[in-house]
Write a protein of this length. Structure first.
Lengths: 402, 84
């Protein structure tokens, strides 16, 4: 008989599409920009010449041929790494679970930047870890308050092991931690013997091409960095990496080997070939430009439909995939999701990004994969749903706001 | 392209030092996937299609052996176009 020892952690349904639905939900890259003809030639050549090698099992290492593609990406944000520090993943979701399983024991605590990427919270919970929000102020993660929080949790008997954050163009808020804060955070973490987990899928997708130094570059010996090709190339190859101090990398290699036995040598070789042939610049520049345009269209449409005087508040992000809207009256956006579905639009309610259901007054909109012509229509539908739901629950909202 | 230029290409792509063109690449520290990457890049650079059997026994693949295959392929291609 099957015994449930732990309730299954749930992921929001992000990738449902079809019909007339305009999805602002899932964080999908816009693969219209991939040079498919060139890729099909490269993949065919890889299969013809190296199929017997690339389609075989391999060891849990990043192939040497792929290392330059990774060091190139990381160097753009001030990071540096080498083959001995790298662990292959099938994307950062696997990396997160590997960290939870390999670097902490069940019952230990992970501090999480909140609102948090739900995939991270779910991965850590699946590994049996406890989650606690990392303290923040108006500028984001607050290093001084972090000291007090960790001291309090440890005084309560909790083993606080890691701090998880997504400091650049964060999912879901789009916010970026300042350079000064990064240095302060790295110092505080080192002082507190707290390993920083830096999740950085969007760092190279700044709309103006600008980058911010990664925590990994600031303190490579105390940061475990999660990198992925999903947003700068495509998610379907399921290929990412962890860059960690050598002893940590060695431990994580053993964990990933238990999880997946072997990384995909084919995916690694395909990415290596793509990078060796033409580098990253043209594809990343195309993605940046595309997302800059989409974000602008969505933000303009939101201003038109929802106005700037409230009750919905948001900031235009400078990169990434997402816009984060908050209702200043504290409305529960989960209640608007059904009305939105009836209008033919979807979003992710903010409570998915809370560690214990908080952030219910917010919602996340993803602009990265919506055809440009559909954005104004989608936002009009969304606004109709939000207005309709709000007027339908007015008294309740009034009480909530009070 | 002469052998020393070709060795330089191998060095660039595989991040190793070719101390002896005749030495199998595997003995220079080039792993199997890197050899695949090298052969793909060589096909690109010379616009030739190499026989996949070049990778059948990696213990035999050397920089000199690869360049020889490239030259053979180029000669075949030239003969084919001359005859057409």
């Amino acid at each position: 008989m099957w015994t449930d020892i732990r309730p299954a952690a749930e992921m929001p349904q992000l990738f449902e599409r079809g019909g007339d639905l305009i999805s602002f939900a899932g964080g999908l890259p816009d693969l219209d920009l991939l040079p498919l003809k060139e890729l099909s030639e490269q993949f065919a050549r890889l299969t013809r010449l190296g199929g017997r090698i690339a389609l075989q099992y391999s060891t849990p290492h990043v192939a040497k041929a792929l290392v330059p593609a990774i060091t190139d990406l990381m160097a753009r944000e001030g990071g540096s790494t080498g083959a001995a520090n790298l662990v292959p993943t099938a994307g950062s979701q696997m990396g997160l679970l590997a960290l939870g399983l390999g670097l902490a024991a069940p019952g230990e605590t992970v501090l999480c930047q909140t609102p948090a990427y739900p995939g991270a919270a779910t991965a850590f919970r699946t590994a049996g870890l406890r989650l606690h929000g990392a303290p923040e102020d108006a500028e984001g993660l607050d290093p001084s308050a972090l000291r007090a929080t960790v001291a309090r949790l440890r005084a309560d008997g909790q083993q606080v092991r890691m701090l998880y954050c997504n400091p650049t163009f964060q999912n879901p808020t789009g916010a970026t931690l300042s350079v000064e804060r990064r240095h302060q955070l790295a110092d505080a973490a080192r002082e507190l013997d707290l390993l920083i987990v830096e999740d950085n899928p969007y760092g190279l997708l700044g709309f103006d091409g600008g980058t911010v130094p990664t925590l990994q570059g600031i303190d490579p010996e105390n940061v475990v960095y999660l990198g992925t090709f999903s947003k700068v190339f495509a998610p379907g190859l399921r290929c990412g990496w962890i860059a960690a101090p050598e002893p940590v990398a060695e431990r994580l290699r053993r964990t990933t080997e238990v999880m997946a036995l072997s990384p995909s040598a084919f995916a690694q070789a395909a990415l290596a070939a793509f990078h060796a042939r033409g580098g990253w610049d043209s594809l990343i520049d195309a993605y940046r430009e595309r997302y800059r345009e989409r974000c602008g269209l969505m933000a303009d449409a939101l201003e038109k439909e929802l106005g700037t005087e409230g009750p919905w508040r948001w900031r235009r992000p400078e990169g990434g995939f997402y816009l984060w809207l908050r209702h200043e009256g504290g409305a529960d956006t989960g209640r608007f999701a059904l009305a939105a579905a009836e209008q033919g639009v979807s979003f992710v309610p903010g409570s998915h990004f809370g560690l214990d259901g908080e952030c219910g007054d917010a919602l996340r909109l993803c602009f990265s994969n919506v055809p440009r012509k559909r954005i104004p229509e989608g936002v009009a539908r969304l606004a109709a749903a939000l207005r309709g739901a709000e007027s339908g629950t007015g008294p309740d909202l009034g009480r909530r706001a009070a | 392209m002469d052998q020393s230029q070709f060795d330089q290409l191998v060095e660039e792509i595989c991040a190793v030092q070719v101390t002896d063109s005749e030495m199998p690449l595997v003995d220079l520290g080039v792993d199997s996937l890197h050899t695949v990457a090298l052969v793909m890049a060589v096909e690109d650079r010379f616009a030739v299609e190499l026989d996949p059997d070049v990778l059948a026994d990696l213990s035999l693949t050397s920089s000199a052996g690869l360049l020889k295959l490239v030259h053979e392929q180029l000669a075949t291609g030239a003969n084919a176009s001359a005859g057409s």
